[in-house]
Each structure stands twice: as C-alpha cells, then as structure tokens.
Design a protein around this ligand. Structure first.
Ligand code: ZN
Length: 350
C-alpha cells in the first residue's frame, strides 16, 4: 500500500541526531509526572530515582523506532555507565539498535553520568562497556561534577587512547571555568593527534557571548577540529550560529533527553529539533532555517562519519526523505513527518 500523494513533494537529506539518551526515555510508556529540580545535581538524583515498568531495551526501541519513522537514520546515543548499574544499559540500547539496522546507525557513548572519579569503579565499567556495544568514551563536567579537570580528562583520554576510540564529553559548566575546560580539551585533542575525533556536548560556556575569552576559545576549538553539539534546550543557552560559523566551529544538533526524568519534552524527531533551534536562535530568513536543517542532517552525518548521511547528492540520491512541503525552510516551520524514508534505495516500512 502506498500513501496517496496530495501535495508538493520535497526530497531532503536524511536526519541525524548527534546527541540523545535512549536509555532514560519513557517513550512508549504511560505518562510519568516529574519531580522539581533546580540544579544539575538534583536532576541527576531524579535520574537515579527513576523507576520503569518496562525494560530499557523496549523503551529505547520505542524511541528509536519513532526517530526512524521521522527520518533519523543515525544517532549518537549517550548511555549511562556506572558502578551501580554496570554495562546493562549499553547492552540494552545496542540490542534495540540492532533491531533497526541497517536503517538506523547507532553510535553509543559510554556516559559516566554519575561521576567518573567520584564514583569509584565507573572507569572499569566504561572499559568493559567498550566490549559489549559502546563505541566512544564519554565524560561529564570534569570540574563541576568530578572536581578534578586533569584527573577526569586523563581518565577519559587515557581510556580512549588505550582502546582506540573517539571521545564525546558533556560540558554543562558555564563561565570562565567552562571555557577553560573547552580550551583544555582542545589542547589535549591536538596533543594526542585526535583532530576530528573529539566532541563536546552542550558546551554552554561557548554560548555565552559576554565572556571575554569566548572568541579565542572558539578559535582553539576550530583549530583542534573539535565538534560541538547543541540541543536547543528550553532553559539553557544556545550558540550564536553566525559567530560559530565565523570562527569555523563545527556544530551538530541533537535531542538530548526525550521524555525522561530531565524533561517532559522531546519527540525524537529531528525536524522538531531543527524547528526548536530555529525558534531559539531567532531564525528569520530561508537561509537561517535551512542552516537549522543542515545542522540536524548532514552536519551530524559528518560528525558521525557516516558517508551516505554526510553529503547530499540531490533529489535522486538513494538515501533521502520525502516530505509534503515546498521547501526546506517551510518544513522546518511546519514540522511534517516524512512521507517516505529511504536508505540506500530501500523504503522504510516500519
Ligand atoms: Zn546529554
């Protein structure tokens, strides 16, 4: 059965979610009310307290399935690894991802949400996770969560070097302390010859144009080939997209948490997320809106190193989405689901 065509058809690049947390989602389960939280520590505690009736694999699979139906063909999934939960979440998300291969490419980051140095045994679990489905080594706020920038980065880059993996670090820390950590990550990236293989997620400090050392820091990031990812989250700062472009900083867009203990919002649709980025950054022109779509699609494909998602060869390309829309700019505003999702010539039918 084919969907009747009623309006204009637009072929567009497939979408890529550069930063998502499938192990935490409640997708596919009854509505869950959330507890208040003012600080990162309180949000993390809520996460620790979260209880689910269904397995991590089933919840992750429900979210990943919805993402594919909405045109996401690759994602970088940050999955909790800690001494008290072991590597179970990594195994579960990898199993969910395997059920959607080859339509969906999933890279898993071993994410020490609950602290790396401050939660003893976590580094060993991260090392183990690389044998059971994790691809990259993660980190979180070396100063703000672990209180030891050198020690945290020694552990993250040490494990990455030992295992030959790339790095993707969450950095919520703002202000000069945040910028200092961004420069230190860039410095280590160059020193270790890891240009193009290191990502910093959120990087709120890099969104603060009032900081005197911001521009210098963006230059260090660009020189080191460090990627930044943003999720255009409601209460948090977003990058100045023009400034990032002026400094040659490479950026991709992600969902972050989807309907988890951190936020009731999110759908897993990167069209929705491109819309939110456009809204948060005051997009006005078609070029502004098209940039948001590019950050949600080919930029993410380049970050993940997935060839058929990193470039767009035009409407006849065998990996594409087909939307009922007149233009990319319009679809970022209207947020339709794609009529068809096609990867390497095969139509996704769910
Ligand atoms: Zn995150």
């Amino acid at each position: 059965m084919t969907t009747p065509v009623s309006g204009p058809s637009l072929a567009a690049p497939a979408l890529v979610d550069a930063h998502i947390h499938p192990d935490k989602t409640t997708w596919g389960t009854p509505w869950q009310s959330r507890k208040p939280a003012q600080t990162l520590a309180e949000l993390i505690q809520n996460d620790r307290d979260a209880e689910f009736d269904t397995s991590t694999e089933e919840r992750a699979h429900a979210l990943l399935s919805n993402a594919v139906a909405n045109g996401t063909l690759a994602m970088r999934a940050h999955v909790d690894v800690a001494s008290h939960i072991g590597v179970d979440n990594v195994v579960a998300v990898r199993a969910a991802a395997d059920r959607l291969a080859p339509f969906l490419t999933v890279q898993i980051v071993a994410f020490p949400q609950f602290g790396l140095l401050t939660n003893s045994g976590t580094l060993e679990m991260m090392r183990e996770s690389l044998n059971v489905g994790a691809d990259l080594v993660g980190g979180i706020d070396p100063a703000g969560v672990d209180g030891d920038v050198e020690g945290h980065l020694d552990a993250v880059f040490g494990l990455a070097g030992e295992a030959g993996r790339d790095v993707d670090i969450h950095l919520h820390d703002g202000g000069d302390v945040g910028l200092m950590q961004i420069r230190e990550i860039a410095r280590r990236t160059v020193g270790l010859g890891m240009q193009g293989r290191v990502t910093i997620g959120h990087a709120f400090a890099a969104c603060d144009t009032s900081l005197p050392r911001l521009r210098e820091t963006l230059d260090r990031v660009a020189e080191a080939g460090v990627w930044l990812t943003t999720c255009a989250l409601g209460p948090d700062p977003v990058p100045d997209l023009d400034l990032f472009e002026q400094h040659g900083v490479r950026l991709a867009l992600g969902s972050d948490g989807v309907r988890d203990s951190w936020s009731p919002f999110g759908t897993g649709s990167m069209v929705d997320r491109a819309h939110l980025l456009g809204y948060r950054t005051g997009a006005l022109t078609d070029a502004d809106l098209e940039r948001c779509y590019r950050l949600a699609s080919t930029a993410g494909g380049e970050l993940l190193g997935v060839p058929d998602l990193a470039r767009w060869a035009g409407p006849g390309f065998d990996t594409r989405l087909e939307f009922e829309a007149n233009s990319i700019a319009q679809l970022v505003v209207d947020r339709p689901a794609p009529r068809r999702v096609i990867r390497r010539g095969v139509n996704y039918t769910g």
